[in-house]
Ligand binder design. Sequence first.
Ligand SMILES: [Ca+2]
Length: 171
Amino acid sequence: MKIKIRYWVFLVVISTILTFSPANASYSMDIVPAVPNNGDTLNVTILDDGNPEPGILVQFALNGGVPVFSITDSQGKAKFKLLNKGNLTIYAATREGVPLTDATLKVFLKGDFSGDDTTDSWDITYLARSISGIPGYDVLSSGDVSGDGMVDAWDCTYLARAIVGVPGYIV
Ligand SMILES: [Ca+2]
């Protein structure tokens, strides 16, 4: 009889673990762009076993500020407009608040290719060296400041004009 009770307790414990263990190992997050700049709109897709999951609650918190909430659409996507640089934390949960997956990433200042938190003439030099293929000059954030889909010498010119304040050139 004692053994039977132990066995029953064992079953309860196991079933409790199975019930409350997070069934969320199958969830993941796809973030585009992977290396974002301030001013970008972030597209986050919540995936369950690789399949886009609609109706997921997504919370965006930039630099520990007031979180912004969004619900994934029919394609499993939630969008967030990045207004500042800094550290972004993204949490995904069910509408009942059960955590599914999360991610943290750095949002770079647009044009700050060197990654020193300022956009200045050093970044023009840095980008020029990167385009020339000089080792050690990896562009940390998107080098496409002109927004034409290419990173080339035109971006150096564009950034130079933006820094000196030529109208129509914004980073
Ligand atoms: Ca910089």
